[in-house]
Unconditional design. Structure first.
Length: 137
């Protein structure tokens, strides 16, 4: 049994259509939402979203976001999104190094929060890229 989902980022629509399930990195842990799930609103954290569509499986790397589900319809609003197969290991390594350098300088306040977030996101993306490479070869 499928349900409709709309996935939107700050840059626009990513996917709108039927899905069998969506697995999400909520702040309370990983969760999978099926068609008859109870109504829910869940804040999301850095991690992977796995979307099982009728045609294929989509893998997204996300930063922050929120997911809601009610009346057989899902809505996923996310920041810092990339399709897993489009992530460049070289770019991730550069972002990781830049974040580490900023943190090592002893920055404080909001700059430190942004650098820590960037480091966490780049470490996750690096893990995702390397895991996908293992599956391909």
């Amino acid at each position: 049994m499928n349900y409709h989902i709309d996935i939107v980022s700050l840059t626009g629509s990513i996917y709108s259509g039927e899905v069998a399930s969506v697995t999400l990195p909520s702040t309370e842990g990983e969760m999978t939402v099926l068609a008859r799930h109870m109504p829910i609103v869940a804040p999301l954290t850095v991690g992977e979203v796995v979307i099982d569509t009728p045609d294929k499986i989509l893998n997204l790397s996300i930063g922050k976001g929120v997911f809601s589900f009610s009346h057989g319809r899902g809505r996923l609003l996310i920041e810092d999104v990339a399709f897993a197969d489009e992530i460049s290991e070289e770019k991730v390594l550069v972002a990781k190094r830049m974040a580490e350098e900023l943190i090592a300088k002893g920055i404080k306040g909001e700059e430190k929060v942004r650098a820590m977030y960037s480091l966490r996101k780049s470490l996750f993306d690096l893990t995702l890229v390397r895991r996908r490479k293992k599956k391909i070869f």
